[in-house]
Design a binder for this molecule. Structure first.
Ligand SMILES: Cc1cc2nc3c(=O)[nH]c(=O)nc-3n(C[C@H](O)[C@H](O)[C@H](O)COP(=O)(O)O)c2cc1C
Length: 370
């Protein structure tokens, strides 16, 4: 069981290593008839591309996608869609030393314990490059969701202790255009400038920083998610925690709910004309594992980049304690490049659960087949 597959109906299988010849994904269960081009996928991949800013790894890769199957005359055929991105900037020599020791904060030790052998070049399967397949698949999921009027938007909420001034504000008060232009992914020019200053300080100290990515889903209908083991929030948690370097997941108020009281945490139901709405959204759009029709709000908490250029203590494969200094090209902060990864995993999960929900009611099944 290598666990490289995610989803039940809209199913993705990512494959490839950071320093192999290529990396990619097979998407199975995509409905036929969706207009899809390599340009649709490339727009998403360009948002996670290395070398795009001073705070992203200086590894320069085109990350150009090739669609190998599942499309005919510009439309999905309903058959598996295979996508490939060739690795073009491998400098495996940077990693030759790593073969003999375990980098702190990385998966070197655990891979060795598990397999007794590992592709040490750039972390192999545990590399951030694995997320290329997720982002390519996420681009398809987002396009399908858009066809249903559902949008998924992620952005940086915090880098280190620098946070957006009002993280809970309505989405239309966020400067999302700013978030796409600046190197932090924060939808606020001033907060971004402060975060950039903090990152410069980290880099001077040969250190790294962590942060928070927020993601919101608009226009998701009520009723999506299964009530026990396939809860919408449980599947989102798995999707987000499966991204490298994510250490915590929150839905709605998340950990703040634990210190609230029922009187402040409960969202009152109200009528908006004939429609049921909620006066507040502490729940983040999910009740009992099922979407409640309000905005879905989640957050992913990232640890600081484990590869830092300071000297560190570790052990080698012979059991000797040693001092190391990592070389290579690494992001001083993972968060800005991970924004689109969070967006992709959210889109994939929400779409998969929307498709699963189609079997929930006999009247809807009758409607479909009549
Ligand atoms: C988009 C993305 C890019 C990443 N880039 C780097 C990097 O340049 N350097 C690094 O040390 N870790 C990077 N990581 C994180 C490591 O892959 C991850 O921390 C490591 O495999 C250990 O896994 P864990 O932190 O989930 O326990 C990146 C992760 C993601 C999602």
């Amino acid at each position: 069981m290598s666990g490289s597959t995610f989803g039940n109906i809209f199913q993705i299988t990512t494959w490839g290593e950071s320093h192999g010849s290529g990396i990619g994904v097979v998407v199975d269960g995509c409905p036929a008839g969706l207009s899809l081009s390599e340009a649709d996928i490339q727009t998403y991949l360009d948002r996670r591309k290395p070398g795009a800013s001073r705070y992203a790894t200086q590894r320069k890769e085109a990350d150009s996608v090739e669609i190998l199957s599942g499309i005919f005359e510009g439309k999905t055929t309903g058959t598996p869609i295979s996508m490939l991105v060739r690795n073009t900037s491998q400098r495996s020599a940077d990693y030759s030393e790593i073969a003999s020791y375990y980098r702190p904060g990385h998966a070197d030790y655990t891979f060795d314990q598990k397999y007794g052998f590992r592709d040490y070049r750039g972390g192999g399967r545990s590399s951030g490059r694995e997320t290329i397949g997720r982002v390519a698949a996420g681009a398809i999921a987002a396009k399908l969701l858009a066809a249903l009027g559902i949008t998924v938007t992620a952005y940086t909420q915090a880098i280190g202790a620098i946070e957006l001034p009002n993280p809970q504000c309505p989405i239309d008060q966020l400067d999302l255009e700013e978030a796409r232009k600046n190197p932090t992914g924060m939808p606020d020019k001033e907060a971004s400038a402060k975060a950039e200053k903090y990152l410069e300080e980290c880099m001077e100290r040969l250190d790294s920083a962590g942060g928070v990515v927020a993601c919101r889903v608009e226009n998701l209908p009520a009723g999506i998610g299964e009530p026990v083991f396939e809860k919408l929030d449980a599947n989102l948690a798995k999707a987000i925690l499966s991204i490298g370097a994510v250490k915590a997941f929150e839905i709605g108020d998340g950990i703040r709910a634990a210190s609230a009281n029922g009187s402040t945490n409960n969202d009152s139901f109200r009528m908006n004309g004939a429609a049921v709405t909620k006066a507040t959204n502490h729940a983040g759009g999910v009740l009992g594992g099922i979407s409640d029709g309000s905005e879905l709000v989640l957050r992913a908490y990232f640890k600081p980049t484990p590869s830092i250029f300071q000297q560190q203590e570790t052990v080698n494969r012979d059991g000797e304690e040693i001092t190391i200094q990592i070389k290579g090209r690494h992001d001083p902060v993972i968060v800005p490049r991970a924004v689109v990864v969070v967006e992709a995993m959210t889109a994939i999960t929400v779409l998969d659960m929307l498709l699963q929900n189609m079997t929930a009611r006999i009247d809807k099944i009758q409607q479909f087949y009549s």
